[in-house]
Ligand binder design. Structure first.
Ligand code: HEM
Length: 204
């Protein structure tokens, strides 16, 4: 079996199932099978989905640098799926907030979005990720042409906003957002170096 088929029929389904594990784990914890949600179940769910959303954004962003360093071009075939999983977990994070935290109460929702800046920032990041998810299909890529890449570079803005959103609402221990911010900084520096500093002929 050639590499393209191996990726498509073996590795993609395996990675797909692996990406669903945090969601299965959450469902298991809701039903008390794999554990429990602790004393603040809504906060627990919201936090874990937010964290997985951010992790998947960063994992998606590591694909291209890793592909360029190793020359493993097949890695690009996982980028769209991983990006959509980032959107999936951020959406679950948002829906947990919307339905369980705010009880779908319009006044509370608008007040939270307008008056709590870290939520405004998170909301902006969600809007960007939504635009990227909607335009992630092959058809949209063809239709948008060169504008597609420009639009999808906004994933870096979404990542920055996501890290900022987390950092802003941390009260005591900022070690986790610092880890996310450091990973993002390395990815951004690599991207800038690859774009501007590397001699043109050596770019992949
Ligand atoms: C790209 C978009 C987003 C990302 C990556 C993200 C990620 C995160 C992360 C990592 C946390 C901290 C979890 C922890 O304490 O361990 C968090 C907290 C929170 N997020 Fe988001 N978020 C995003 C968008 C949103 C949106 C759209 C909303 C609501 C409109 C929202 C509402 C909240 C709230 C209320 C908390 C605090 C939860 C608590 O009290 O512990 N987030 N988010």
């Amino acid at each position: 079996m050639d590499m393209v088929r191996q990726v498509r029929f073996i590795w993609k389904p395996i990675v797909f199932l692996a990406c669903l594990l945090p969601a299965f784990h959450a469902v298991g914890d809701v039903y008390g099978i794999t554990g429990d949600l602790g004393p603040n179940p809504i906060e627990n769910l919201q936090d874990r989905f937010g964290n997985w959303g951010l992790r998947f954004i960063l994992i998606t962003l590591t694909i291209t640098p890793f592909r360029l360093r190793t020359g493993w071009s097949w890695l690009a075939r996982f980028r769209r799926m991983l990006g959509l999983f980032a959107f999936f977990y951020v959406l679950l994070h948002f829906l947990t907030w919307l339905f369980l935290d705010q009880g779908l109460l319009l006044s509370a929702i608008t007040e939270d979005i307008v008056e709590r800046p870290f939520i405004t920032i998170g909301f902006a990041a969600l809007l960007i990720l939504t635009a990227l998810a909607v335009t992630s299909t092959v058809k949209m890529r063809q239709r948008l042409g060169r504008r597609w890449q420009k639009l999808h570079n906004w994933v870096y803005v979404a990542a920055l906003l996501g890290v900022w959103h987390y950092w802003w609402q941390v009260k005591l221990d900022a070690s986790e957002p610092i880890v996310y911010a450091s990973v993002l900084a390395v990815l951004l520096i690599y991207r800038a170096w690859h774009r501007y500093a590397k001699p043109r002929g050596k770019r992949a």
